[in-house]
Each structure stands twice: as structure tokens, then as C-alpha cells.
Design a protein around this ligand. Structure first.
Ligand code: EPU
Length: 420
């Protein structure tokens, strides 16, 4: 049983500079992409988070050698095909559903794979049908038994693929499968997230031919072989958003070194509407606030819309705003569990289907609370920092999955937060 807690007390304005970590939702896919060819790959600006440790364990279980070369630089030595074991076990996939992104590269390189089916989670039902449909189109045959999906193919042949929804990881999987396919693959309604562009950039460095990154139409010209990568991960826009939200409610002036406005434009616009002053400068973003927040309606959408990953933090911010806001979730049916915890802190929030109605209150009240997932955990930290008195946050392991020492970084800016 994990017993780590964060002890958080009401805090004043935050001041200082924070360096934004490498993006979790990029690095996990970049690590999977190393399966595509033998040799030593270097990935730089890697955040030291639990999900990276889990992906390292998964690659190691397949025969790769994963080591920290220096802090934040990972060396991944991928073995020859004969020594690669194309199996992702239940134990590891159960710890991290993003493990599914090994399916595409394994099918491309090994022509077979066995990956445990990810279960449901706190976001509700999360199927992988689009991944399997698209890979089947390229020539894979899948069967499900004993909780595993097993895929085989003779060879992958480029096709025109249309995704029903611009799924982020389905796009990643198809991309990684198609770079080694015979002839041309097109992916329509592809995800446009900056992390998908980062994966394309690394694949291009490895010798893949991909056009259209950042648009909803990707074109991949299959190639016979790739070479190892040396790639630097883009900054984590969700971590940057977390600090913007914290400064928004607590007030202060914080420089986010490395944060990229072009990766989070819609969020920046929304936060400005709420009264947070955000300016771009040569090293990142400067965030200033007097701690008062205006009520604003928000809807989550695939990129370039406001990401669902920002939503829990936005709800925490709006819970102490000056009026009523409606926040609409359009991606995940069940991403609401943290709301019960916010209510326990005296927030006035109601859910109606996929809408959250947030009535801003003058004060939140510190309480023992539990983080149900990564982003909800960050939202509860923000709420606890603004709440009167002290809060004890459990479920810290969820936060550590995606955030590199969030508590230390906030403490350095003046927040009262201790790990127990
Ligand atoms: N969907 C299907 N079938 C599929 C795939 C997706 O119905 O085969 C549905 C999902 O159920 C959901 C929607 O499509 O309703 C969008 O899901 P998507 O596939 O885009 O999400 P994902 O790729 O599983 C990634 C991030 C999430 C982030 C979402 C949305 C990674 C590892 N995960 O998940 O990040 O919330 O995109 O942007 O990249 C997080 O960082 O905490 C996190 C959960």
C-alpha cells in the first residue's frame, strides 16, 4: 500500500522560475519508436517520472537495454530482431495503458506481437478498436484470447486509412507501423497534437518519410530500414498549464522556461479570459496574476482545442472564480471523479452528463483528499494550495506518474507543500 502523502497548506503568491519538463505524452511514444530498429538510441530532455520507468521496464522485458546516460538523457539499445521478444505483459500494460503504443512498431519490425488488452480506467470505457482496425487495414490479423491481443502479418502494405476520431495513440500506432510498410499509407483525420509532431520528427531523424505533421492528413512513404535516433523531447504543455493554473489562483509572477505558446495557444487564450496575464518571451512564458479569476465556459476538444488533460486543473481554478462556468468534456465519458474530492473541499460543483457546472465560491476548505489520476491529482494540489487550512493528499503515485517532482518545483516558488 502506497502511503506517501502531500501535506499542503494555503499558500500566498508564487514567484520565481521553473523549467518545464519533457512531455510525458511524447516521450512514451518516442521510447516505443526505438523498437523500430536495432542499435543505440538517445532520447534527451526525458522527465524522471514513473511512466518513463514503466515504459523502460516494458522495453527491457522485450530485450532492450535502457539506461540513464546522464540525468534526463536515456540510452535505449534495441536488440536484433532475433533477440526481441514482442510481448507486452498484463502486469506492465495494467500499470500504464499507454503501453499499447508498442503494438504498431512491433507489428512493423517483428510481424507479430502479443499485447495485454488495457482495462477500463477512471476516465470510463477506453477501447482500442481504432488501433486494431487501422492496423488490420495495413495487413495485420488480430485475435483476442486470455486477455491478450495477438497480431500477425506477412507484410504491411500501405493503405488509405481514415480514423473515426483523431485518436492520439491510434495515430501514433499507425504512424509507427506504416514507416516500415510497403508503399504509401495515408492517415486521414489524424491527431494533430504537438506530441504527434514530435514523434514524426524523431521518425524522420531515423530515416522515415512522413509528410503533413500537425495537419489531419499524414502521408507516410514506407522505407525498408531505419537508423537509431538522437532526439530531444518537446516541453510538456500539460505541466506548463498546471503552473499557469497555480499562478492563476494563487497570484504572483512565474517564468515558465521552455514552455511553448504555439503548443498551447487555446489554453493560453482561455486563461487570459479568466484574468491571467501570460506573455511570451525568448525563454518561454511569463505568467502573472493577482489571484482573482473570472468565470469562463470551457469545452475540451482534440488538438488544437483545449485538451481534456487541462480540464481538472481548469475546474479547480474556476471553483474559486467570480461566477458560474460550464465545463464540457467531449473526449472521455468518466473524467469526473476528482469532482467529489473538490466538493469535499467546499467547492460548489455539479455534473450534468458530460457538463460540469462550477459556481465559484469565496473559499475552499482544506481536507484529506485522494488523487484518482495524474491530472486530477495536479488539480487537487492546486485546490489545496488555495484552500484555507491544511489538506492531506493521498494517491501521490498517480501524480508522480506524470510530473517530475511537482511538489519540489512548487515549493521552490514559495508554495507550502511537503511530501510525507
Ligand atoms: N477511442 C476509441 N477507440 C480507440 C481509441 C480511442 O473509441 O481505439 C476514443 C477514446 O475512448 C476517447 C477518444 O477516442 O473517447 C480519444 O482518445 P485518444 O485515443 O485520443 O486518447 P489516448 O490516445 O488514449 C492520449 C493521451 C491522454 C490524453 C488523450 C486525449 C497518451 C499516452 N495519452 O490518450 O493523456 O488525455 O490522448 O488527448 O498520449 C494523460 O496524460 O494524463 C492522459 C490521459
Amino acid at each position: 500500500m502506497e502511503s506517501t502523502k502531500l501535506i499542503v497548506s494555503q499558500s500566498g503568491p508564487l514567484y520565481g522560475t521553473v523549467r518545464i519538463q519533457g512531455a510525458k505524452n511524447s516521450v512514451l511514444k518516442l521510447m516505443a519508436a526505438t523498437l523500430l530498429c536495432e542499435g543505440e538510441h538517445l532520447i534527451r530532455n526525458v522527465p524522471e517520472i514513473t511512466d518513463v520507468a514503466i515504459m523502460s521496464e516494458l522495453l527491457s522485458s522485450m530485450g532492450s537495454k535502457v539506461t540513464w546516460k546522464t540525468p534526463n538523457t536515456l540510452s535505449i539499445c534495441t536488440p536484433a530482431t532475433k533477440d526481441l521478444i514482442p510481448v507486452a505483459s498484463y502486469e506492465l500494460v495494467d500499470k500504464m495503458r499507454a503501453s499499447i503504443v508498442v503494438l504498431g512498431p512491433l507489428m512493423a519490425r517483428m510481424k507479430r506481437a502479443q499485447v495485454s488488452l488495457p482495462g477500463g480506467d477512471d476516465f470510463g470505457h477506453r477501447p482500442i478498436d481504432m488501433h486494431l482496425d487501422a492496423l488490420s487495414h495495413l495487413g495485420c490479423t488480430f485475435s483476442v484470447s486470455h486477455g491478450y491481443v495477438s497480431g500477425v502479418c506477412e507484410e504491411l502494405i500501405g493503405q488509405d486509412i481514415v480514423l473515426e476520431f483523431p485518436s492520439h495513440t491510434a495515430t501514433d500506432n499507425v504512424l509507427m507501423a506504416s514507416v516500415l510498410a510497403d508503399s504509401v499509407t495515408t492517415i486521414d483525420n489524424a491527431a494533430r497534437e504537438p506530441e504527434v509532431c514530435d514523434l514524426v520528427a524523431m521518425l524522420q531523424e531515423m530515416g522515415a518519410k512522413v509528410e503533413g505533421a500537425g495537419t489531419s492528413h499524414l502521408r507516410v512513404i514506407g522505407t525498408k530500414s531505419l537508423t537509431p535516433a538522437d532526439h530531444e523531447v518537446i516541453p510538456d504543455r500539460v505541466e506548463a498549464a498546471t503552473f499557469i493554473c497555480a499562478v492563476g489562483v494563487l497570484g504572483g509572477e512565474v517564468q515558465l522556461d521552455g514552455a511553448r505558446n504555439d503548443h498551447m495557444d487555446m489554453l493560453v487564450r482561455k486563461m487570459r479570459k479568466m484574468g491571467v496575464d501570460i506573455t511570451e518571451n525568448s525563454s518561454g512564458l511569463l505568467v502573472r496574476s493577482d489571484g482573482s479569476v473570472r468565470a469562463t465556459d470551457v469545452s475540451t476538444l482534440p488538438y488544437p482545442g483545449v485538451a481534456t488533460d487541462y480540464k481538472p486543473m481548469i475546474v479547480a481554478v474556476l471553483s474559486v472564480s467570480d461566477g458560474v462556468s460550464i465545463v464540457t468534456e467531449n473526449l472521455f465519458s468518466g473524467r469526473f471523479r476528482y469532482i467529489d474530492e473538490l466538493r469535499r473541499m467546499a467547492a460548489d460543483i455539479r455534473t450534468e452528463g458530460h457538463h460540469v457546472i462550477v459556481r465559484g465560491v469565496n473559499r475552499l476548505s482544506g481536507a484529506p483528499i485522494k488523487a484518482p489520476d495524474i491530472r486530477a491529482g495536479a488539480a487537487l494540489v492546486i485546490a489545496a494550495l488555495v484552500a484555507e487550512g491544511q489538506s492531506e493528499i493521498s494517491g501521490v503515485a498517480h501524480i508522480d506518474r506524470g510530473y517530475e517532482r511537482l511538489d519540489e518545483k512548487l515549493r521552490a516558488l514559495g508554495a507550502s507543500i511537503e511530501r510525507e
